[in-house]
Design a protein around this ligand. Structure first.
Ligand code: CA
Length: 425
């Protein structure tokens, strides 16, 4: 099915700011609460939120097979479960409705009043009810840096890393949407000379710069997804901050891996940008040497060129950009991650979320965590107000941004931000 919505020459009759993350070629999906306190599924063009529940009730999706209440829900799970053909039909139709020259909705003021909201009239919610959340560890630079810091610079990359897209099962109850403050976690830390573990607020609170993809139902229990089909089951992506308490993590992670150092909060950007919208930004990933086992081998251009940025904003102050990275640095692609996840017959469902793992680039300013940027505090970062950071302070806001840009077309994710509140003692 043609992705007419991706046509770069398309313009919308809505007023959109220049350089917006949300041109008519984006058409992401999200869930929001309207000024009338109604929850609905929507999309966004420029700075307008568009109520898809109302559009559907008013007949604008006629001819597309959709249940009556598909958009009148508090999550996208059912819509995502309808599969890629439906996502494409709906996205193409939305594009047509708002296309310059199509006056059907534009000239109907009553309908426009029901459908269009300004951003200050809505409150974004979590876009999906995340059943299961998996976090990978797929950036070679990040794994090498962390291996050097936590273990041994001589053997930073463990032998399985180049063979397996390493991951672990995270926790979905603490996934929150951008703008929700987080609490500094309390926990145990490595014992000092007396052999007794420390206990208290984490002193080494960090962010992890990640992207995450949202799946549809991909396989029944016991079956697996082939690498050639894997992308068919990826609905779209969000930006993702996998908050991490490094001191809690360092004490607890042997032998079973991350636990309370990671599961106290994970922030996602609220608009899911579809894999279809990212199609023009495909690029080749890093060379994989040794070659992966055959079940993980795929064709070219399975990575995506998405610019990533992290900024820290102290309370009442100006933000300082502390890292610039790119999603294309991922060693293991999303297709390889999903294929590997199901190779043992583990079933993946609609609304599951898979984090990329921290995305660090090759240079020091492209590292995706404070742990790496300050080399565990040895080399603090100076913010614009002159204050220094080894890790994240109370009342700091961490702001992540992600966007693609090519030949004048920009597709972005908006913001993924969260403010750190002091620990509850
Ligand atoms: Ca992570």
């Amino acid at each position: 099915m043609p992705l007419t919505a991706n046509d770069p020459s398309r313009k919308t009759w809505l007023d959109t700011p220049p350089n917006t993350d949300f041109p008519i070629q984006n058409i992401p999906f999200g869930v929001f609460l309207t000024r009338d306190d109604i929850i609905t599924i929507g999309t966004r063009i420029g700075d307008y939120a568009i109520d898809l529940g109302a559009l559907h009730q008013l007949g604008y999706f006629s001819g597309i097979e959709l249940t009556d209440d598909i958009f009148l829900q508090d999550s996208l799970n059912d819509f995502i479960a309808d599969g890629r053909k439906t996502w494409r039909l709906v996205r193409n139709r939305i594009s047509d409705i708002f296309l310059e020259g199509n006056n059907e909705l534009k000239d109907n003021t009553a309908h426009c009043n029901d459908i269009l909201f300004t951003l200050d009239e809505i409150e974004m919610q979590l876009p999906v009810d995340v059943g299961d959340y998996t976090d990978f560890y797929a950036s070679k630079e990040h794994a090498t840096n962390v291996g050097s810091l936590f273990r041994d610079p001589e053997n930073a990359l463990l032998p399985n890393w180049l063979r397996i897209p390493i991951g672990y099962h995270g926790r979905s109850s603490s996934i929150i949407t951008s703008g929700t403050p987080i609490r500094r976690p309390v926990g145990q830390t490595k014992p000092g000379d007396d052999g007794v573990p420390g206990f208290g607020p984490s002193k080494l609170l960090d962010f992890e710069l990640e992207m995450a993809f949202i799946t549809t139902d991909s396989n029944d229990l016991g079956k697996r997804v082939s690498i050639s089909e894997a992308e068919d089951y990826i609905f779209g992506l969000v930006q993702f901050n996998d908050w991490s308490a490094r001191d809690i993590q360092a004490w607890e992670y042997v032998p079973l891996g991350p636990f309370l150092g990671k599961n106290f909060a994970s922030t996602i950007s609220p608009w899911i940008v579809t894999l279809d919208a990212l199609e023009p930004f495909r690029t080749e990933g890093p060379v994989q040497d040794p070659a992966p086992l055959p079940y993980l081998q795929h064709g070219k251009n399975k990575n995506f060129d998405i610019e990533l940025q992290v900024a820290i904003q102290p309370e009442g102050g100006e933000e300082t950009v502390v890292a610039n990275s790119n999603f294309k640095y991922m060693y293991w692609s999303m297709a390889q991650q999903l294929t590997h996840h199901t190779v043992n017959g583990c079933n993946v469902r609609s609304g599951d979320m898979m984090g990329s793992g921290t995305i660090s680039g090759p240079t020091k300013d492209s590292y995706g965590s404070m742990l790496e940027l300050t080399w565990r505090g040895q080399d603090p970062i100076t913010l614009k107000d002159g204050s220094q950071r080894k890790f994240i302070n109370d009342n700091d806001t961490v702001i992540m941004r992600a966007y693609c840009e090519k030949d004048g077309l920009r597709i972005g994710f908006g913001e993924c931000s969260g403010k750190v509140l002091p620990a509850l003692l």
